[in-house]
Design a protein around this ligand. Structure first.
Ligand SMILES: Cc1ncc(COP(=O)(O)O)c(C=O)c1O
Length: 440
């Protein structure tokens, strides 16, 4: 059959997957692969769940679509209550994915400022190395040099600060003995632009593919919240990857005891069964927009009934099967198993992350934390070797200033068992040994 697919990657041969069951994906020849990164840390639930399939089927039969421009469904109201109960936010706007949700979140921030008579507060500050999506606006507030470079002419610049990536600290500090200079950098940035011009600060609570599960120290978000409050700047948490259970809490910011003004969700809330995203706001953020009477934003398929039903069912499963606890326990096991590999592998420089969102970073020199030359293609070789071992993983994306840096993001589905974690660690071990044989 002639191949008409417009691919993301024409250089690498990826397997043709036809079926999934549990943590496994199967290609057309029946070979099984562990879905080690849950798609793109998106399939929070195991593959092939009959209860999820039944939810989608039933909803499609009952009501597949209605536009929110002419009507509202009880399901949209129900899913909003479910999301409110689970995240402690007050109002929810549904989209069909993450980038759309970030677009909506920043529009809400601007509308909020405008309708409370702060029309100059229009800039959205963010962090270098972050990823907030693939539209031009979300790429603009994103900060990954490699991902942005082809489209730089289309991007705008509101202001970026250093990321809280302790392994490659931009301030030359060490975790636990620093003053969170990377958080203090936000105050400087706000002052340089003028607080009267800043609408919000957006960040990935736990870094995604571009900082490799960077998990800031506990004081980091406390400082961020204080600085934002001081200058009347909205705290916008992009929890598209780390939210809805992935770290063992419904919101990753719960680990820090901080509440955002706006939160953005996607991936895990749909279980991996249906495209969906959401923006949650506090009542305080919604109030001026509500008083104004309308909000210009949104997309055709947002809040469609099948997405709503999928989120409700995913949430039920997360709680009825105690999956937050399993994520916490299996995440700890995964992390300690990978940390053990550090003793044996000269290139495994760092293992970081929380819950089932763990990054292995590979370096040329553990003492200096020097990264490999990109020409070496260490990540590409490792991903290929992992695939040979029957483990599909997401490549990391140049954590070291966006120019170099190798690694992979590991995060199986929430139901993963102890035995399966052991198999994943074993396959990482073998794939890394084979990569080191090729490179060192
Ligand atoms: C933190 C974060 N924000 C935004 C996005 C964009 O979401 P989507 O790919 O659903 O548009 C992603 C996707 O990986 C993400 O990880």
């Amino acid at each position: 059959m002639e191949n008409h697919v417009f691919k993301n990657n024409w250089k690498s041969d990826t397997p043709k997957i036809v079926r999934g069951k549990g943590i496994y994906l199967y290609d057309k020849d029946g070979k099984g692969y562990i879905d080690g990164s849950s798609g793109s840390i998106s399939s929070s639930l195991a593959h092939g769940r009959v209860d999820m399939a039944e939810t989608l089927r039933k909803q499609a039969e009952t009501l597949a679509y209605v536009t929110r421009l002419t009507s509202i469904t009880p399901l949209y109201e129900e899913v909003s209550s479910v999301l409110a109960d689970n995240t402690h936010m007050d109002r929810f706007f549904l989209t069909s994915g993450g980038s759309e949700a970030v677009e909506v979140a920043t529009k809400i921030a601007l509308s909020y400022q405008r309708y409370r008579e702060k029309p100059n507060k229009t800039k959205i500050l963010s962090r270098w190395l972050s990823y907030h999506g693939c539209t031009s606006h979300t790429m603009s507030i994103g900060g990954n040099v490699a991902r942005r470079s082809d489209y730089i002419s289309q991007l705008t610049e509101d202001g970026h600060i250093a990321p809280p990536l302790c392994y490659h600290c931009w301030f030359g500090k060490e975790r636990n003995s620093c003053n969170c200079e990377c958080a203090e950098a936000l105050e400087t940035e706000i002052l340089m632009h003028g607080p009267e011009n800043i609408a919000g600060f957006i960040f990935e609570t736990i870094g995604g593919s571009t900082t490799g599960a960077a998990t800031p120290p506990l004081e980091y978000y406390k400082k961020i919240r204080e600085i934002c409050d001081k200058y009347d700047v909205l705290v916008i948490a992009d929890e598209i990857m780390c939210g809805y259970g992935r770290t063992g809490k419904m919101l990753a910011l719960e680990h820090y005891g901080i509440k955002p003004d706006i939160v953005v969700l996607a991936k895990s809330m749909g279980g991996g069964y249906f495209p969906v995203g959401a923006v949650g706001t506090t009542e305080e953020v919604a109030a001026p927009i509500k008083a104004h009477g309308s909000f210009m934003g949104g997309y055709t398929w947002g809040s469609n009934p099948i997405a709503c039903a999928t989120v409700i069912q995913t949430t039920k499963i997360i709680h009825s099967e105690n999956l937050l606890e399993n994520v916490t326990n299996m995440g700890a096991l995964l992390k300690s198993g990978l940390e053990d590999l550090m003793k044996k592998h000269p290139t495994l420089g760092d293992v970081r992350g929380i819950g089932l969102m763990v990054c292995t970073e590979f370096v040329k020199d553990k003492n200096t934390r020097e990264s490999f030359d990109p020409e070496v293609n260490f990540t590409g070789k490792f991903i290929n070797n992992a695939r040979e071992e029957g483990l599909l993983l997401n490549a990391g994306s140049k954590y070291n200033k966006g120019i170099r840096g190798d690694g992979a993001l590991i995060g199986p589905c929430f139901e993963v068992s102890k035995e399966e974690i052991e198999i994943i660690v074993d396959r990482v071990d073998k794939a890394l040994s084979n990569t080191e044989k090729e490179v060192l």
